[in-house]
Design a protein around this ligand. Structure first.
Ligand code: MSP
Length: 530
C-alpha cells in the first residue's frame, strides 16, 4: 500500500508538531528525516511539494515545564522552537512551513474551526472524570494504566485524577462515518498493523472526548466560554491547516484550504495514531471538510527496549550525533537500518559499521577508484560510450534499467530500507564487475575500447545510485554528482524540481560521453567508533 495520488500535481506532507517541553531528541528527528526524504523524492519527480513541520506549544505539560524553568511560557516556547529549527538546519531538512501553535494566525484558524463545529451542534458541556496523563496530554482508561496509575508510555509518571466540567466533542456521532471511511479507503491508515489497531479501537464503540480544560491559562480561550481553554490536541491538529496559509494571506479557513487541502500524508509515531486516525477525521467531518489522504504511524526508536523520550530521559542528543558524524550518516542509518513502521534500537557500534560498509566502502571507494582509473586511462573525461548502445543484458545495465521504478515503488510505500537495498544491489554489483573485468589488465593488453565500456558502465551506475539516494543522503549525492561533472545540487530545491530532469536522470545510460570529470576525493570519510 502506498500514499501515491497520481492525479494531483501537488503534494503536502506533515510531521507531527512537536511538543516544546524539551529540545528535540533523536525520536523527534526520526519522523522529520523520513518526511524530508519523501518530500525530496516527490520534488525530484517534479511535484509541487509543501512539507510542514512545527511545534505544539500549548497545554499543561508546556506550562509546567516553563514554570519549572522559571520562564514565561512564551519565552520558553520561543527558545525551544528555535532549538528545533536549528536541528532541522543541521540535518538538512528542507521544510516549507514551520507551524507554531502560539501564532496569532493559528488562533484565528482555531476560532473559525471551533465555530463550524459548534454551529454543527457537535460541542456540549459535560462532566469529565478520569485519569489524565499530562505527558501524553490524554485521558486514559483505567485498564490502560500500569500499577499505581502510571502511564504505559511514561511509566515514570503518574496519571492525575480529574473531575471537572469540560466541553465535549460528539465523537460518537461519527462512529459509522469513520467506519465507512476505513472501509472505503483501506490505505487511509498505514501500515496494516496500525490500521487493525484503529479498527479494533473503533469497534469497541467511540466515546465523546473533552476539548476544553479549566484551571489552565496556557492555550486559546474557548470562543463561547472564556473560562475554558481549548484542549491542546484540538488546537494542535489544526496547526496543520494554519501551516497551509501563504505567509501574506488572511488567516481564514477558506484561504488555508485553497491550494494544498487535503494534505496527502501525515507521518506520525504510533503513540499518536488515535488522534490522527480517529479524532482528526471526525473533527474534519464535523466541520464539513474533506479528510486527509493518509496517516502512516511508524515505530519507536528504543533504548534497551523502552521508547526513547523526553519524559523518560533515555534519549540520544541528535545535535551531538550530527556534530560527530554528519547529517547524511545519521539520515542513512535511521532510514536504511530500521524498517519504517517497526520499532528499532540504536546501537552506536552498529551505526558505525553500517555507514562505513555502505557509504565509505561500497559507494565511496567505488567512485574513488573508478575516477582514478578514468583519470589514468581516459584523460579524466567520461569514456566515449553511448549508454543507449550498451545491450540491455549488460550485467549493470540489466539491474540499472528497472532501478528507478523499483526505487519509486519503495519510496511510495515509505519502505526506505527497501529503496536502499535495491540501490546497493547495483552498487555492490559494480564492485564485483570491476574486480571481474579488471580494467587494469584490459588496459595493459591495449584493449582501450573494453576499458572504456567497463568504466562507463560503472560511472553511470554510480551516478544513477547517487540520484536515487539523494532524498536520503543529499550532500553525498551532490558531491558524487559534482565529481561526475554535473552542477546539480540536491540541496537546492528549485534546481531539482523538474519532471524532465527526473526522466533523464532516473534512467540508466544517460551520463553524457566525454563530460569533464571533477577531481576525485572521498565522498565519505570512514568513521571511528567513539
Ligand atoms: N505534540 C504532539 C503531536 C501533535 S501533532 C498535531 C506530540 N509531540 S511529541 O513531541 O511528543 O512527539 C512527536 C512525535 O515524535 C510523535 O510522532 C512521536 O511518536 C515521535 N517520537 C517521540 N519519541 C519517539 C521515539 N522514541 N521513537 C520514534 N518516534 C518518537 O506527540
Amino acid at each position: 500500500m502506498t500514499y501515491t495520488d497520481t492525479v494531483r500535481k501537488t503534494f503536502a506532507i506533515t510531521t507531527p508538531l512537536y511538543y516544546v517541553n524539551d529540545l528535540p531528541h533523536i525520536g523527534s528527528a526520526y519522523t522529520t528525516m523520513a518526511a524530508d526524504a519523501v518530500a525530496r523524492f516527490e520534488r525530484l519527480r517534479g511535484k509541487a511539494v509543501l512539507m510542514i513541520t512545527g511545534t505544539d506549544e500549548h497545554g499543561q505539560k508546556i506550562q509546567r515545564t516553563a514554570e519549572s524553568n522559571g520562564l514565561q511560557p512564551q519565552e520558553h516556547c520561543d527558545k525551544i522552537a528555535a532549538g528545533f529549527d536549528a536541528l532541522w538546519q543541521k540535518l538538512n531538512i528542507q521544510y516549507d512551513r514551520f507551524s507554531r501553535t502560539t501564532s496569532p494566525r493559528h488562533e484565528a484558524i482555531v476560532k473559525e474551526f471551533f465555530g463550524r463545529v459548534w454551529d454543527k451542534g457537535d460541542i456540549y458541556l459535560g462532566q469529565q472524570k478520569g485519569w489524565y496523563c499530562v505527558s501524553c496530554e490524554e485521558f486514559k482508561e483505567e485498564r490502560e494504566l500500569l500499577q499505581g496509575h502510571r502511564c504505559s508510555i511514561h511509566p515514570n509518571k503518574e496519571a492525575e485524577w480529574r473531575d471537572e466540567q469540560n466541553y465535549f466533542f460528539a465523537l460518537s456521532k461519527y462512529q459509522s462515518q469513520l467506519e465507512a471511511l476505513y472501509q472505503e479507503r483501506p490505505d487511509f491508515i498505514q501500515p496494516e498493523s496500525r490500521r487493525n489497531e484503529v479498527l479494533s479501537f473503533v469497534a469497541q464503540g467511540l466515546q465523546d472526548f473533552s476539548i476544553s480544560r479549566v484551571n489552565l491559562d496556557w492555550g486559546f480561550p474557548v470562543p463561547v466560554d472564556p473560562n475554558h481553554t481549548i484542549y491542546v490536541w484540538f488546537d494542535a491538529l489544526l496547526g496543520y491547516v494554519t501551516a497551509l496559509l501563504d505567509p501574506d494571506s488572511d488567516p481564514s479557513l477558506e484561504k488555508a484550504l485553497e491550494k494544498w487541502w487535503p494534505i496527502n500524508l501525515h507521518l506520525i509515531g504510533k503513540d499518536i495514531l488515535r488522534f490522527h486516525a480517529v479524532y482528526w477525521p471526525a473533527m474534519l467531518m464535523s466541520a464539513g471538510l474533506p479528510v486527509s489522504g493518509h496517516v502512516f504511524g511508524h515505530g519507536f526508536l528504543t533504548k534497551d527496549g523502552q521508547k526513547m523520550g523526553k519524559s523518560l530521559g533515555n534519549t540520544l542528543d541528535p545535535v551531538e550525533l550530527v556534530d560527530r558524524y554528519g547529517a547524511d550518516a545519521i539520515r542513512y542509518y535511521f532510514l536504511k537500518e530500521i524498517e519504517f513502521g517497526k520499532d528499532g534500537d540504536f546501537s552506536e557500534t552498529r551505526f558505525v559499521d553500517i555507514v562505513n560498509a555502505d557509504l565509505a566502502n561500497d559507494l565511496g571507494n567505488l567512485l574513488n577508484r573508478t575516477l582514478k582509473m578514468v583519470q589514468k586511462y581516459c584523460n579524466a573525461l567520461v569514456p566515449n560510450v553511448n549508454g543507449e548502445d550498451i545491450p540491455a543484458d549488460h550485467p549493470l545495465k540489466a539491474i540499472g534499467l528497472g532501478l528507478s521504478d523499483r526505487t519509486s515503488v519503495a519510496y511510495e510505500a515509505l519502505a526506505f530500507s527497501e529503496a536502499c537495498r535495491e540501490i546497493f544491489t547495483l552498487v555492490r554489483s559494480c564492485n564485483k564487475f570491476i574486480d571481474e573485468q579488471a580494467p587494469w589488465s584490459l588496459y595493459k593488453q591495449g584493449n582501450s575500447a573494453a576499458v572504456e565500456q567497463v568504466l562507463y558502465a560503472v560511472l553511470e551506475s554510480v551516478r544513477l545510485s547517487a540520484y536515487l539516494l539523494s532524498p536520503i543522503i543529499p550532500s553525498i549525492s551532490t558531491d558524487i554528482y559534482q565529481q561526475l561533472g554535473f552542477s546539480l545540487n540536491f540541496n537546492e530545491k528549485t534546481l531539482i524540481n523538474d519532471s524532465v530532469t527526473y526522466d533523464t536522470h532516473a534512467t540508466w545510460g544517460t551520463l553524457p560521453a566525454q563530460q569533464q570529470l571533477g577531481e576525485p576525493r572521498p565522498v565519505f570519510v570512514r568513521l571511528e567508533q567513539a
